[in-house]
Design a protein around this ligand. Structure first.
Ligand SMILES: C[S@@+](CC[C@H](N)C(=O)[O-])C[C@H]1O[C@@H](n2cnc3c(N)ncnc32)[C@H](O)[C@@H]1O
Length: 204
């Protein structure tokens, strides 16, 4: 039997971000939740030698795992590692990409989860610094304690963004076994092409 296989929310986030980075030089990206460093490594490869990545985590162990992963891949010099909450990510300045992978670090301390208030403040900072054409991805985990409230808050917050400057997409499973499946929110800021499309739609 062929097993149907939709992409996971994390895989979908990588596909969207990879598409945004492809063929562009000198992009600036933020990994708002470094964890085990998979997303940071993905971003460091994607931005290329002239790009820059800033990776945040509140757990020293997570940042150390990320640092080792980057060093082994020869990508460490493209990345600034920050032992700080992602609420501080405004210090990265103008950015093209921000990836949020909420929840707790697999294999780490499950009590050190992302929290609704700081997640929303970090999303404010990420969208405030987002260049035209830029993209924010948020993988939400409604299945763990507190995750449902945070996931709902992310969706509600996203809906309140200014639709003249941003577009957003919500990708979730309609039918799945077990606990509430993770889902992906994507937020893009209008670039010149999108802006033109919005203007011509308005005159029609
Ligand atoms: C699901 S894991 C991230 C997985 C990671 N992106 C990867 O590729 O392995 C979530 C991470 O968010 C971190 N975290 C929790 N609160 C945070 C905050 N306020 N600022 C930054 N990171 C935070 C946790 O310590 C944990 O490592």
């Amino acid at each position: 039997m062929i097993r149907p296989r939709f992409p996971r929310a994390t895989e979908l986030a990588h596909a969207w971000v990879g598409d945004r980075l492809r063929g562009r030089v000198g992009m600036r990206a933020v990994d708002a939740t470094a964890g085990n460093g998979h997303d940071t490594e993905f971003l460091a490869r994607g931005v290329g030698p002239e790009g820059r990545v800033f990776a945040y985590d509140v757990q020293a162990e997570a940042l150390e795992t990320t640092r080792r992963r980057l060093e082994a891949a020869g990508l460490l010099e493209r990345v600034g590692l920050r032992l700080a909450s992602h609420e501080e990510l405004g210090e990265a300045g103008a950015i093209d990409i921000a990836m949020f992978n909420l929840g707790y670090c697999p294999g780490g301390d499950k009590h050190l989860v992302t929290r609704t208030d700081s997640t929303l403040r970090a999303l404010e900072a990420a969208t405030a610094g987002l260049n035209p054409g830029g993209l924010v991805t948020v993988v939400c985990y409604p299945g763990h304690p507190g995750g449902g409230e945070e996931a709902d808050a992310v969706v509600a917050w996203t809906r309140r963004l200014d639709a003249r400057r941003f577009r957003a997409m919500h990708c979730s499973m309609l039918l799945a076994q077990g606990e509430a499946a993770p889902f992906l929110v994507g937020i893009e800021r209008f670039g010149p092409t999108l802006k033109r499309a919005a203007r011509s739609a308005a005159v029609r």
